[in-house]
Design a protein around this ligand. Structure first.
Ligand SMILES: Nc1ccn([C@@H]2O[C@H](COP(=O)(O)OP(=O)(O)OP(=O)(O)O)[C@@H](O)[C@H]2O)c(=O)n1
Ligand SMILES: C[C@](O)(CO)[C@H](O)COP(=O)(O)O
Length: 236
């Protein structure tokens, strides 16, 4: 199957999906765990592929699951599947190398954020299209945040008014993301961080509660409930 979803689109989405899911507990690699009877990866790819701007999707799968992931996604969307790496950053870099020529906007989206709506994909892409080098969806931090020592003693309270919790999809001009990964020295927890290290400007757009990262068992249980009320997949 071709890598092209919508030949008129200007966006390629990289989906890092090669993580083990240690915090979710023993079982299959996290992207293949079930939510509403379907793997998290299927939910994530279905939603990004439904966004009208998306021309191509590249999935970084667990190395041992590349063929099974290809088969799993064959009826969901046209995708390229490559083996992921030992870290999220390596998985994104592997997917980036496989992006077809054409799209000049690249989004990076965690398979673990399985319910992120197509409308969020479109709003991130639109902000890049409007001229931003890099765009991240964010939500305000609602808890009081404290810095705590390794032995559990509070060192201080962090002023939270300027803090934001960062989600995916994160969006980039293609040349900006390529340069940031090429220059990467340390493994960071998100791609926008690599752009920041290069002195790039990262712009925020409003995130979505549905784009929660399914990390621990409670998140999966919460996502099962959210699935019933999630925006329709066609809401690009
Ligand atoms: N080597 C890795 C590690 C993570 N990821 C992906 O990066 C996203 C965010 O990672 P996270 O939710 O932390 O997943 P895991 O690394 O699987 O979680 P854990 O740390 O609990 O094992 C996930 O879609 C995950 O599959 C990846 O592609 N390659
Ligand atoms: C990219 C990310 O989802 C943004 O919040 C997050 O940094 C991934 O973190 P993890 O270390 O893979 O859990």
């Amino acid at each position: 199957m071709t890598a092209h979803q919508n030949p008129r689109g200007d966006v390629a989405v990289l989906v890092p999906a090669a993580g083990a899911g240690v915090r979710l507990g023993p079982g299959a690699p996290k992207a293949l765990r079930l939510l509403g009877g379907e793997p998290l990866l299927v939910h994530a790819v279905r939603r990004v592929a439904a966004a009208p701007s998306v021309a191509a999707v590249v999935v970084a799968a667990p190395a041992a699951e590349v063929e099974s992931v290809r088969a799993l996604l064959a009826d969901v969307a046209p995708v390229v599947v490559v083996p992921g790496g030992d870290t999220r950053q390596e998985s994104v870099a592997a997917a980036l190398r496989a992006v077809p020529a054409g799209p000049q906007i690249i989004l990076v989206h965690d398979a673990a954020r399985a319910l992120a709506p197509p409308a969020l994909v479109e709003s991130v892409a639109a902000a890049v299209r409007a001229g931003a080098d890099a765009v991240i969806p964010v939500l305000p931090v609602v808890d009081t945040v404290k810095e705590v020592s390794a032995d559990g003693v509070v060192l201080g309270t962090v002023e939270r008014s300027a803090l934001r919790a960062v989600q995916t999809p994160q969006g980039f001009r293609r040349d900006v993301l390529a340069a940031a990964h090429a220059a990467a020295v340390d493994a960071l927890t998100d791609d926008a961080g690599l752009v920041e290290k290069q002195g790039g400007v990262v712009t925020c757009v409003p995130g979505s509660e549905y784009a929660l990262k399914i990390t621990r068992p409670f998140d999966l249980a919460l996502a099962e409930h959210l699935l019933a009320t999630a925006p329709p997949v066609s809401a690009g």
